[in-house]
Design a protein around this ligand. Structure first.
Ligand SMILES: [Zn+2]
Length: 432
């Protein structure tokens, strides 16, 4: 099932022709209308005419979150405010947010791409979509909302949090699709279990989860606990919001809508473009956005590009599930550690809950990693010797798969902080 077959299944040669034409137009616009980009081009001695092929994109400058902040709030907009119909912002960890603006065409394009995503995840006009992404400056809520309306589905704009109400609505309104962060989906599953509600009694059949990296094992856990099919969606406000990429029914990588975005993978240290299949930082160029077109945005997300054809028939490249973020990456005694790697190990072992927290300390000049892992209710009352044995098995597995020596601390069920949005997995005490 496709929303827009002629674009989603466009032969690659034709797709690339379209990309090049759109890229040239985009480069021309930012060069002439955005002083920031014109200066960057001039520093490199480049003119818009130097873009003659898609490969030429590699010569062009990057854009970073810092650039967006430096041009706060509207410095990278290419159109005057009277043409902007919506403004979103993403909260930074410090200081000012990054601000993005959408023209009427941008909102229309975003709705189209979100509709494609919803259909790829099996939704249709008959679907009742319970949208538990936050509404507000965050793009999650309204992004899904407009896509669902474009599709003709019934959207329930419940927004995030208020779990008791989420469950009541799910039961009474007959929601068939749930959209939220994966950590909130797990939390909902727990609350359902505590309330003695069998998920099979609900009409929910699919979930579309994103806005934070999650592992294949978390997917299996959500699918088992909620009795649904769980799809991974990718997006970020700097590029558009949710709907930049989504899994199809094959659940083997997320199709990036290449008629609107050009993805590249770079080595985050050398900044060189890596061949398809190699892991690195995802860089995205928007080629149709009007309000704030972005050239080669460094997403900080770590993934690979899969160029093999997909069984679903869509021709757009896929990115693999995110492996983490370059700025979430912990370096423990020279070893790169991503929270998602730890999560995978915990779920493979299977006897603990997928709730954990990584605590990094600096002990003299040595960094230490402590992993707090929640026990399940069943194991909590187990014999001390069994628990010690479990700790040791987790420690050994982390040593053998990730190559880092960690201290493992099993903690009481439900003692780690729960999130109703993005979860805080890492406590880095080295910065203090
Ligand atoms: Zn596919």
């Amino acid at each position: 099932m496709y929303w827009n077959k002629s674009y989603e299944c466009m032969p690659r040669e034709k797709l690339q022709e379209l990309q090049l034409e759109r890229l040239k137009r985009m480069v021309n616009r930012i060069y002439h209308d955005v002083p920031f980009y014109r200066n960057k081009f001039q520093e490199k001695g480049l003119l818009p005419e130097d873009v003659k092929s898609l490969e030429d994109l590699q010569k062009l400058p990057f854009t970073t979150k810092v650039d967006l902040r430096d041009n706060y709030p509207y410095g990278l907009f290419t159109v005057p405010l009277e043409q902007i119909v919506r403004i979103h912002a993403s909260s930074g960890t410090t200081g000012k947010p990054t601000v993005v603006g959408y023209t009427r065409n941008d909102i229309s394009m975003w709705s189209e791409l979100m509709a494609r995503c919803l259909v790829a995840a099996g939704a249709g006009p008959h679907s009742v979509i319970q949208n538990a992404y936050g509404y507000g400056l965050f793009t999650g809520g309204l992004g899904v909302h407009y896509g669902a309306e474009r599709l003709g589905a019934s959207i329930i704009p419940i927004s995030g949090g208020n779990t008791a109400k989420q469950i009541m609505i799910m039961q009474d309104f007959g929601s068939t699709v749930l959209t939220c962060t994966p950590s909130y989906a797990i939390y909902l599953a727990e609350v359902l279990a505590e309330s003695g509600i069998d998920p099979a009694s609900l009409k929910i059949r699919a979930g579309i989860f994103g806005a934070e990296p999650w592992s294949e094992n978390i997917r299996k856990d959500i699918e088992k606990k909620l009795k649904i099919k769980a799809y991974d969606i990718y997006g970020l406000s700097e590029i558009m919001g949710p709907g930049v990429a989504i899994e199809c029914e094959c659940q083997d990588g997320l199709h990036v809508w290449e008629d609107h975005f050009i993805p590249e993978i770079i080595d985050p240290v050398t900044l060189k473009v890596l061949p398809y299949g190699e892991q690195g930082e995802l860089v995205i160029t928007t080629i149709t956005k009007e309000g704030i077109p972005i050239l080669r945005y460094r997403t900080r997300d770590i993934t690979t590009i899969k160029a093999e054809p997909c069984a679903c028939g869509r021709t757009h490249l896929r990115i693999s599930r995110l492996q983490g973020r370059t700025d979430d990456m912990l370096i423990i005694r020279g070893v790169n550690v991503f929270p998602t790697q730890i999560e995978s190990v915990l779920l493979e072992i299977g006897e603990v809950e997928p709730h954990y927290q990584l605590v990094v300390r600096r002990d003299g000049s040595l960094d230490t990693l402590e992993i707090k892992v929640e026990l399940s209710e069943a194991l909590f009352s187990d014999r001390i010797s069994n628990l010690e044995n479990l700790e040791k098995r987790i420690r050994d597995r982390i040593q053998s798969t990730i190559g880092v020596n960690a201290k493992v601390a099993l903690v009481e069920p439900k003692s780690l902080p729960r999130s109703e949005g993005k979860s805080q997995r890492v406590v880095d005490l080295r910065k203090i």
